[in-house]
Unconditional design. Structure first.
Length: 255
């Protein structure tokens, strides 16, 4: 890792699935957020599926919940916010119209910010291999961001892979092999220390030359709805990444 980056603490939360302010998902998000605040992070990351349907009301709930946080809060869209990735047989996929609606309610779906010497690159993983014009715009953006000096942390919703870099695609969960290889090739040697994601509703950790970590949800577990809620705190230094899992109590009853 480059010496440009300073010691950094990240509170990483994901898959909040807001519907109403008084539902279990929102209450568990509040519980998780209070616990995350107690760890004194330098920055908060939210790995998508902030909402359950991408509505304006759900977006407003999210922004109201973070308005008193003084540290940066960076986030990306998930499939519930902006549409599913494009693959054969799936419905409700991402469209330019859904992207425009997301941008109206949340802001840009891909962007970058520099904090504490780290370049945070936020990407819309639903665009990967979508064939939409916005996909080309994002890929051009990514290439430019990877030329920025210093260590980099990438946030997406769908993980690039679940178990191995050459696993098949054709499903709801990971990136398709062609675009996965293209992105991993782009990241190689560019100072990327971590690719962080959500979507899986459980903790998944893989290491290549880069840490690939999928965060557990604050909302509900998969396949057991009442299990696995939590978030991750990462301590990043110029030579090491340490992460700790924090549990969030489930308000869902056991079946």
């Amino acid at each position: 890792m480059s010496q440009v980056g300073k010691p950094l603490r990240i509170a990483f939360l994901s898959d909040t699935h807001f519907v109403e302010a008084d539902d279990f998902n929102y209450k568990q998000w509040q519980m998780a957020l209070e616990k995350a605040k107690s760890t004194d992070p330098d920055i908060y990351l939210v790995g998508g599926d902030i909402t359950n349907s991408g509505s304006k009301k759900e977006a407003e709930l999210f922004f109201a919940s973070i308005k008193d946080i003084n540290e940066p809060v960076l986030f990306v869209p998930g499939n519930h916010d902006i549409g599913n990735k494009v693959f054969e047989g799936v419905e409700g996929t991402i469209t330019s119209e859904r992207i425009a609606y997301y941008r109206e309610n949340f802001g840009p779906d891909f962007y970058a910010e520099n904090h504490h010497g780290y370049q945070f690159i936020m990407l819309n993983s639903q665009l990967f291999q979508s064939g939409l014009p916005e996909e080309k715009e994002q890929m051009s953006f990514l290439k430019k961001q990877l030329e920025v000096e210093g260590p980099k942390i990438i946030l997406i919703h769908n993980p690039l892979f679940l178990n191995c870099v050459d696993e098949p695609g054709g499903n709801y969960w990971n990136a398709e092999p062609e675009v996965r290889k293209e992105i991993l090739d782009l990241l190689a040697g560019k100072g990327v220390v971590a690719v962080l994601s959500g979507h899986m509703h459980k903790l998944i950790v893989n290491c290549t030359d880069i840490l690939h970590l999928s965060c557990p949800p604050t909302s509900f577990g998969v396949p057991e709805i009442h299990l696995g809620q939590g978030f991750v705190v990462l301590d990043v230094t110029p030579s090491n990444i340490h992460f700790q899992l924090y549990h969030v109590e489930s308000l869902y009853e056991k079946p």
